[in-house]
Design a protein around this ligand. Structure first.
Ligand code: FEO
Length: 168
């Protein structure tokens, strides 16, 4: 039986994952409006992944007999200074998510909830990947700057990520 505190924190994380999808859709829209279809495809694929993360929480909670409560989704930022700024904000957001997954894990440990600890292992590993892939793009952006031929090439490269997600 999960404690009320753990139920509440799982539900908050489910809602954070939905917000993550909403944030990345907003970043996709910014990218489209600024002539960067590849960046947009990358963020659309990212948004789809976040919804899949939310559903993992949904299904886990449902399996454990925990009632899912969907909260209002806050309005995400719509404007950014540059493509580099978008990825800086993405990294900050992923670090925030990592922190929350870690706190949730600490709570599951304190409460000796082994099933929740096992469930969260996937997310702990996933967050390492999430931060790594965002950092890689950010490093490239810092090298090439926010315009010119190199940015067009990066846009093409990022667009490749969107293709499998759109066909999935
Ligand atoms: Fe669901 Fe990008 O963390």
């Amino acid at each position: 039986m999960l404690s009320d505190k753990l139920k509440e924190e799982l539900n908050k994380q489910l809602n954070r994952e939905i917000y993550s999808a909403y944030l990345y859709m907003s970043m996709a829209a910014y990218s489209d409006a600024n002539g960067l279809p590849g960046f947009s495809a990358w963020f659309q694929a990212q948004a789809a992944e976040e919804l899949a993360h939310a559903m993992k929480f949904y299904n886990y909670m449902s399996d454990r007999g925990v009632r899912v409560v969907l909260e209002a989704v806050p309005k995400p930022t719509t404007d950014y200074d540059s493509p580099t700024h978008v990825f800086e904000e993405t990294l900050k957001h992923e670090q925030y998510i990592t922190e929350n997954i870690n706190k949730l894990y600490e709570l599951a440990v304190q409460e000796n909830d082994y099933a929740t600890q096992t469930f969260l292992h996937w997310f702990i590993t996933e967050q390492v990947e999430e931060e790594k892939s965002v950092n890689q793009v950010l490093d490239t952006l810092r090298l090439i700057g926010d315009k010119g031929h190199a940015l067009v090439m990066l846009d093409r490269e990022l667009g490749k990520r969107g293709q499998p997600a759109q066909n999935a």
